[in-house]
Design a protein around this ligand. Structure first.
Ligand code: MG
Length: 261
């Protein structure tokens, strides 16, 4: 069906065209936001190694960064010591970039959630660690899932016994208690690369990753420990480091409207 060009629509086309052309074509547009000069970070020769300024959580030597020393160190690897409890960092962090390497036990023999289960937490929010190369379980509980909230986009798991990596961006939530109720001013978001492949893309977190009830936010501090779950399996870890990062909305407001000069 053809459509007649009316006088009114012709005028609107002219106006829209005029709006889409810069008033001062060829001159720079500036946001007016007073950005700070980005600080310099020296990258490591190997991108999986810590850059300058990173906080080293485990470098194969000791458990000085953690709240207990009940897990084992074998050949420079941190091994979960079943029933000895979850490890948490002494230091607490806001939003972070976290690198961690893990290996499911080579002789893993259980089923489902018993195949090398551990987990990497910022505060109350778990990125699942599990054997999903050979094992099957519910999708939002497999390796790389935000536990019971979101499966990974793809399954990029290596075999049990082989080293794998997570690069995780935890963006902390902003919570406020009001009359005994938790108000979510800004939800948490998590992004995960496993073995260099994006598996969780800036996923909005619905709250604590409970195993026995729906997710819900619980009040907690702005800075929280990072923890490694003891789920009764001898999962191994190495090369753990973290960088605290600004919150995503932590940029300054424009001091004056956008302008041309
Ligand atoms: Mg787990």
């Amino acid at each position: 069906m053809s459509r007649k060009i009316t006088a009114a629509s012709a005028v609107s086309v002219v106006v829209l065209t005029a709006l889409s052309v810069p008033a001062f074509a060829g001159q720079d547009w500036k946001s007016g936001i007073p950005w700070q000069k980005p600080p310099v970070v020296s990258p490591a020769a190997n991108p999986s190694d810590p850059p300058s300024g990173a906080v080293i959580l485990f470098n194969g030597k000791d458990l000085a960064a953690w709240d207990k020393d009940t897990w084992l160190i074998e050949n420079g690897e941190l091994v979960c010591n079943p029933q000895k409890g979850t490890l948490a960092t002494k230091q607490k962090f806001g939003s972070v970039q976290l690198h961690i390497e893990f290996a499911i036990p080579q002789d893993v023999s259980g089923k489902g959630q018993q195949r090398g289960n551990s987990g990497v937490f910022w505060g109350n929010y778990e990125v699942q660690v599990l054997d999903s190369h050979d094992g099957e379980t519910y999708y939002d509980g497999q390796c790389g899932a935000i536990y019971k909230q979101c499966p990974p986009l793809v399954n990029v798991c290596r075999k049990p016994g082989e080293w794998q990596s997570y690069d995780i961006i935890f963006n902390r939530p902003e919570l406020k208690m009001e009359n005994g109720i938790v108000r979510v001013l800004r939800p948490a978001y998590i992004t995960v690369l496993q073995n260099g492949v994006l598996i969780i893309n800036h996923h909005q977190i619905l709250g604590t990753t409970f195993f026995n009830r729906p997710p819900a936010y619980e009040a907690h501090a702005d800075k929280m420990p990072i923890s490694l779950q003891d789920h009764g399996n001898k999962t191994r870890f190495r090369n753990i480091w973290v960088r605290e990062i600004p919150d995503t909305d932590a940029h300054p407001e424009p001091v004056k409207p956008a302008y041309y000069e």
